[in-house]
Design a protein. Structure first.
Lengths: 310, 319
């Protein structure tokens, strides 16, 4: 009895040394997590600072209705790079959506575990190929052997080839997000469909795909965002050095928003420079950031809806 | 009395019809569908095969006649005598910096989010923020690097401007969200009873994390980190923005000379980009392709290590 009474509350709290260590660890890992917020803040700051001075100083008549994008002559025709970005993204999606989705359906609905083990790494290796390599491939193979064969009169280096290259790059992305979406569809739905006598193809097309629709939509939006932000393929294979004429024809050379940024940054008066040409880099970057952010937030919403359903 | 129900020729045919009706019909549409799905998957394989053969064919002259020199000589004005020595060093140090910076920060952040974070608004905000950071285009990270790590007040003086240090920090910021997300997934997969056993014998939270959670999640964490380093090795857009040298570099520092992290530098993806945009075939075709072979070998090596690691542990856990 007396021994029990001798216990003091402080003695039951454990050693202060362990408590201190816990607090230190907690603080350290919290700062690591909080750093991600700092990075976001710094990105916005880095973009806004120079982009705002571009917006203050630029002659806005040079940003619309011009012949093209000629930053060194202070002509910043935004439609030129927006149209090019749109063409490349559209072509990339035309290539990547059917191929990526089909791969996902096969892996999720048809392939047995052994086939999966062999086939899945193909997509994983493709996902690991650096974009500069795809750029080289677009320039050396896709442009002369695919685009020129399909469409006569294509320029030796053109946006269509770059778009196909970007498409190959986004196949694994679409495939992996879609596969996750398909795998999350409850087995019971498939069994109910089969039980009613539906063929496998009917089950897949009429039950599984509609059930996974919000996840598949998210995959598509994420891929669009990725294609808009892809830089190196267009920079290498797009065929334009540091300026481009406005053109709605993807068989012509062109500059996307990202390639225009890379061109300004790699020019002779690159990062040391000042003036509107240099600042246009930040303005285009801000536009790009805003576009991809909106797309990513929408995709996030679709993923969330999907998670709620199942 | 006739033996009961000996099937006559006629009734036999009837049963046969019924059986035939029950037998699976050849599902032509389904088979074609399945086949086209499979072929779509094979297109990706075909792309890989054609890509690799194109690069090998283009790079063959360099790879077979002067590969040793190609690895050990520096950039030059003539394609025949140009090599990738500086690019190899640049990429090596970039990967090293990413491993040293992004790995501990990423694992730390993931530990906080999975083990410590209360479920409140701040946590939710950090979570959304990280997922959005993962979707920010790499070229935008280049702007971050240029403004903060190259020219930032104070930081620029430490990194020395457009150097591997500045570029490495930029790439670390780029891969950090991916490291956090993959690590968080691995930590989430650790079975609850494992942790409870730890708490049951009186371990503190950090002791449970250090001795049970992290060892269990280690293969997943390592896989994610290796993939991130491979991604960083292949990134070119942020490097262009931070001002990686696309022209000439005169000296080739020794491999172990750490002071080069504060010097002007170049990296493999930048050499490939610069050469691919040159007019002469010696650079544009032969040189760029040979450099690509080296870069792909490096990246594929890291990727396969990651995939092997994951498969091996998945098998072990299943058993």
């Amino acid at each position: 009895m007396t021994a029990a009474q001798a216990w003091d509350v402080s003695e039951l709290q454990g050693s202060p040394k362990r408590h201190r260590r816990e607090a230190i660890v907690r603080g350290t890992v919290f700062s690591a997590a909080a750093l991600s917020i700092l990075i976001s803040v710094l990105i916005v700051y880095a973009l806004l600072f120079e982009a705002l001075s571009f917006m203050r100083e630029v002659d806005w008549s040079t940003t619309w209705g011009q012949l093209g994008w000629f930053p060194r002559r202070n002509i910043f025709d935004l439609p030129t790079i927006l149209v090019a970005t749109f063409s490349v993204t559209a072509i990339a999606m035309l290539v990547a959506t059917p191929l990526g989705l089909a791969a996902a359906i096969y892996l999720s609905e048809y392939a047995n575990p052994r086939a999966r083990r062999v086939l899945k790494p193909i997509l994983e290796i493709l996902a690991g190929i650096p974009s500069v390599v795809l750029g080289y491939f677009a320039l050396r193979f896709i442009a002369p052997n695919i685009v020129s064969n399909l469409f006569s009169g294509a320029a030796p280096a053109n946006l269509a080839a770059a778009g196909i290259g970007v498409g190959f790059l986004t196949i694994p992305l679409i495939a992996s997000i879609s596969e996750d979406a398909l795998a999350a569809v409850p087995r019971s739905l498939r069994e109910a469909s089969s039980g009613l006598g539906a063929r496998k193809i009917s089950t897949t097309m009429r039950v599984v795909l509609p059930a996974a629709l919000s996840g598949l939509t998210a995959a598509f939006i994420v891929a669009v965002s990725r294609a808009i932000g892809e830089t190196m393929v267009v920079f290498i294979a797009g065929g334009a050095a540091d300026s481009a004429l406005r053109s709605f024809d993807p068989l012509e050379p062109g500059l996307t928003m990202t390639a225009a940024m890379a061109s300004v940054a790699s020019g002779t008066d690159n990062v040391a420079g000042e003036g509107p040409a240099f600042q246009s880099l930040f303005f285009v970057g801000l536009l790009l950031f805003a576009m991809t952010l909106v797309l990513n937030l929408i995709a996030d919403r679709f993923v969330r809806r999907f998670r709620q359903e199942y | 009395m006739a033996a009961p129900s000996i099937p006559t020729a006629g009734s036999g045919a009837a049963t046969g019809d019924i059986l035939a009706g029950l037998k699976k019909k050849v599902d032509v549409g389904g088979t074609l569908f399945r086949l086209s799905l499979f072929l779509s998957l094979l297109v990706s394989l075909l792309v890989l095969v054609v890509l690799v053969s194109q690069v090998l064919v283009d790079g063959w002259p360099v790879l077979t006649t002067r590969f040793g020199d190609f690895l050990t000589t520096g950039l030059g004005s003539q394609p025949e005598i140009s090599g990738i020595a500086q690019g190899l060093r640049g990429t090596f140090y970039l990967c090293l910096i990413v491993a040293v910076v992004a790995f501990p920060l990423g694992v730390g952040a993931a530990i906080y989010l999975e083990e410590y974070a209360p479920s409140n608004r701040l946590t939710n905000f950090i979570d959304i923020n990280i997922r959005n950071l993962a979707g920010v285009p790499s070229v935008v990270y280049g702007i971050l690097g240029l403004t903060i790590f190259v020219k930032g007040v104070g930081i620029g003086a430490i990194t020395g401007g457009s150097t591997p240090l500045a570029a490495g920090l930029t790439l670390s910021a780029l891969v950090l969200p991916v490291v956090i997300i993959t690590t968080a997934e691995s930590i989430r997969a650790v079975p609850q009873p494992l942790k409870e056993a730890g708490y049951g014998v009186g371990a503190t939270q950090w002791e449970v994390i250090k001795d049970h959670v992290l060892p269990y999640a280690a293969p997943g964490i390592l896989t994610g980190t290796l993939l991130s380093i491979a991604r960083a090795a292949g990134e070119a857009a942020p490097l262009i923005l931070v001002g990686t040298t696309t022209g000439f570099l005169t000296n080739i520092p020794a491999w172990w000379d750490v002071s080069q992290v504060r010097e002007r530098f170049t990296a493999m993806p930048i050499i490939i980009t610069t050469w691919a945009r040159q007019p002469q075939d010696g650079f544009k075709v032969d040189g760029a392709a040979a450099a690509i072979v080296v870069l792909i070998l490096f990246v594929v090596l890291l990727n396969s290590a990651a995939i092997l690691l994951r498969n091996r542990f998945e098998k072990k856990r299943d058993a």
